[in-house]
Design a protein around this ligand. Structure first.
Ligand code: SF4
Length: 400
């Protein structure tokens, strides 16, 4: 490691929003840890491979996205650039347990998040380095970090920043941001913190409920009780739903985001008429990131093939992985959301995240012990190829 750092006593917060020119240095290590010969072979053979009677069909697009790749690379570069400094990551750099474990082993500390979403930033000392994750950080969190005079490596994905720009623009025009996202997801928390006035809707059903309120009115208390943790301070549905713009968490299910955008547009059109629409509604544009869209499209294509079962690999708290699993589930395929090789076997059982978000284990043999079987496989945007390869090896071993 080379120490190019002479700023340990820097009195003010410094931001680094790019790498440190060490990409070539860390690339070798990153390839070794996260890439896989088996997956390279699978890609080269058209994403299909048969071993021991098991045919694997890999989705056309899967795994590490550009934004995650960039964030992990910046974290590795930061370790090289600041070899003697204490480095922290706020909660998780991406939602993948194996990547996070590797960073821990490099001596990077993780600031745990409490149930109320607060992070243990008291552990950060002046001059420490703090890495912000790909899904960004809230304005409040940035302020508290600045107070600690630490140095910040900001890996926020530019796709996430695009959504932030959109909600800031809504705020400037005095419009409320309707955010399609999960209220407790870090990205949505960060987006909401920039929005001024906001309302978060998680799904189409909630959006329909809000639209009904816009058109027909209702009890304000009911509204506020229903969206208790999903609105800005002093939100008043009778005032704050008059001028709205739609935004989204970048990893939501694309079809649903589009439906929600159209529903709000239709509702505002019905309420104010076509001549007034521009004064009351700002179009969301397309802010689902390319990577999420490509992985969802590839999954929609894969589930149309003849598959006996489907494995969706990614962190249990990874939103985009959850949406891939949702596609398989809606198609009626036996499918399992697993977070790594340890979920598979021994004893032909599989540990997976169930529909009600709990981790559970199959009680019966999940995998046919004989005969030909075709398994569809995909992985979320924060899952390294190496993890997918290890899952496949466990699967092949069931028939070894
Ligand atoms: S999933 Fe999209 S928004 Fe998230 S890090 Fe990857 S490219 Fe960026």
């Amino acid at each position: 490691m080379t120490n190019k750092d002479d700023s340990a006593n820097q009195p003010v917060t410094q931001y680094h929003r790019k790498g440190f020119g060490l990409k070539d240095v860390v690339e070798v290590e990153l390839k070794k840890v996260y890439e896989s010969d088996l997956i390279a072979k699978l890609r080269a053979s058209g994403n299909v491979m048969t071993v021991n009677g098991i045919t694997i069909k890999l989705a056309e697009a899967f795994g590490f996205c550009w934004g995650v790749d960039r964030a992990v690379s910046m974290a590795y570069e930061a370790r090289q650039h600041f070899p003697d400094r204490k480095i922290w990551i706020t909660n998780e750099i991406i939602h993948n347990p194996i990547v996070n474990q590797n960073l821990r082993e490099m001596g990077i500390g993780f600031l745990q998040m409490a149930e109320d979403g607060s992070k243990d930033i008291d552990r950060i000392g002046q001059g420490d380095v703090v890495i912000l994750p790909a899904f960004g950080a809230s304005i409040e969190e940035l302020k508290s970090l600045e107070d600690r005079k630490c140095e910040i490596v900001d890996t926020t994905c530019p796709w996430v920043s695009r959504v932030w720009n959109r909600v800031v623009n809504y705020d400037k025009k005095d419009f409320t941001a309707i955010i399609h996202g999960k209220p407790d997801h870090e990205e949505t928390v960060a987006t909401a913190s920039r929005a001024g006035t906001y309302l978060i809707v998680q799904n189409l059903a909630q959006a329909e409920w809000v639209c009904n309120y816009i058109v027909n009115g209702g009890k304000k208390e009911d509204f506020l009780a229903r969206f208790d943790k999903a609105v800005s301070l002093n939100f008043d549905p009778d005032v704050d739903l008059v001028k709205i713009g739609v935004a989204n968490q970048t990893t939501m299910f694309k079809g649903e985001t589009e439906q929600i955008g159209k529903l709000f547009e239709k509702t505002i059109l019905a309420k104010y008429g076509p001549t007034q629409i521009d004064q009351h509604f700002l179009s969301p544009g397309d802010t689902i990131c390319d990577a999420t869209q490509e992985r969802q499209d590839a999954m929609l294509k894969l589930v149309e093939e003849k598959l006996d079962l489907m494995l969706v690999i990614g962190g249990f708290n990874s939103s985009n992985t959850g949406h891939l699993q949702e596609i398989a589930h809606k198609r009626g395929l036996p499918s399992y959301h697993i977070d790594g090789p340890d979920c598979v076997g021994p004893g032909n059982v599989i540990r997976y995240k169930s529909e009600n978000s709990e981790q559970t284990e199959t009680k019966e043999l999940f995998f046919p012990e004989a005969g030909d079987v075709t398994v569809g496989v995909t992985s979320g945007a924060s899952t390294p190829d190496q993890v997918v390869a290890e899952v496949l090896e466990r699967l092949f071993a069931l028939r070894a």
